[in-house]
Design a protein around this ligand. Structure first.
Ligand code: SF4
Length: 308
């Protein structure tokens, strides 16, 4: 089937607000993907300083399910967690892809890349008796990839491995590529872990229409263009008041709460887009917040021993 980019964006964007993200990849998209990816583009998935949570999240993709993604849509040449091969056989799969499909394969990286001790905190295989660092693999493979994707917050921004004092010198993939002056398009899909739809959706966009439009942080606008806050049913109160926690805002919200139509719970509501009561659990839902509110300046006075 022909699925226009416009329809694709509409499906993804609309579902985030109305249906729940888990409904994003309806079967039509799966079929379009299978057709578009008839050549089964090779994919190499590397893992640096990672906990494997991003991989586990990907395995939970529903439409299309992971079996279809792996067997019909892409040709996963290397993924150390799910592949059956090991040792030299596994490494040969990477080398063969690098050799035979330059400029055609996609490189997905999970986890930050350790740069301390010449990268020896992250190694994968050996060459002439010496360990090959993930730093070397990333530079080498990104250089000839059609596009690279940083999967998860660790790969996109450093995440937990790069937290201070960062003894391993962990860095995000973007820093590694910038230092090596590698110009391959890089897409950041942060989240800890990212939602499976964001990963498969980004992959789908690359396969169907090319590299998606990204924001200033390199994230696909398709999935990161709006926040839960933007879709909160109480957002109007936030916009109307000068401060979301002001007494006037809370009073207005409380007196009007009963008039706010509450969304019908959907299968996707557990995703956090909307709660089953129609109220967001974050402080941007003042009508249901039980937190004591106090102007910030007053809180500081109390903390410092002054009078409220
Ligand atoms: S982003 Fe989160 S889930 Fe993914 S590897 Fe890092 S810590 Fe694990």
């Amino acid at each position: 089937m022909a699925l226009s980019r416009r329809d694709f964006l509409k499906l993804c964007g609309g579902s985030a607000a109305a249906l729940g993200l888990s409904q994003t990849f309806v079967p039509e998209i799966a079929h379009a993907l299978e057709k578009a990816a008839a050549g089964q583009p090779p994919v190499i998935w590397l893992a640096g300083s990672a906990c494997t949570g991003c991989s586990v999240s990907l395995l939970n993709t529903v439409h299309p399910d992971i079996k279809d993604v792996l067997l019909k849509i892409i040709s996963l040449r290397y993924h150390q967690t799910v592949m059956a091969a090991s040792g030299d056989l596994a490494l040969e799969a990477i080398e063969r892809t690098y050799r035979d499909a330059p400029g055609k394969y996609l490189l997905l990286v999970e986890g930050a890349i350790a740069t301390g001790a010449d990268g020896l905190y992250n190694t994968l295989g050996e060459r002439n008796g010496k360990p090959i660092t993930m730093l070397d693999w990333t530079r080498k493979l990104a250089g000839k990839a059609a596009a690279a994707v940083s999967v998860g917050t660790c790969a996109a921004f450093g995440g937990i491995p790069a937290a201070s004092p960062n003894p391993t010198g962990a860095k995000p993939v973007s820093a590694i590529l910038a230092e090596a002056k590698i110009k391959t398009p890089l897409i950041n899909v942060p989240g800890c872990p990212p939602h499976p739809d964001w990963m498969v959706g980004t992959l789908a966009h690359v396969l169907l229409y090319g590299v998606p439009k990204v924001d200033a942080l390199g994230r696909p606008v398709l999935f990161f263009g709006e926040t839960i806050h933007d879709n909160c049913p109480y957002r109007g109160y936030f916009d109307e008041a000068s401060s979301p926690r002001s007494g006037a805002t809370r009073a207005a919200a409380s007196s009007s709460a009963a008039r706010v139509p509450r969304p019908t719970p959907t299968a996707g509501s557990a995703s956090g887009t909307t709660g089953s009561t129609g109220a967001c659990a974050t402080p941007c839902a003042p009508a249901v917040s039980s937190r004591p509110t106090r102007p910030r300046s007053t809180s500081r006075l109390v903390k410092e021993g002054g009078k409220a």
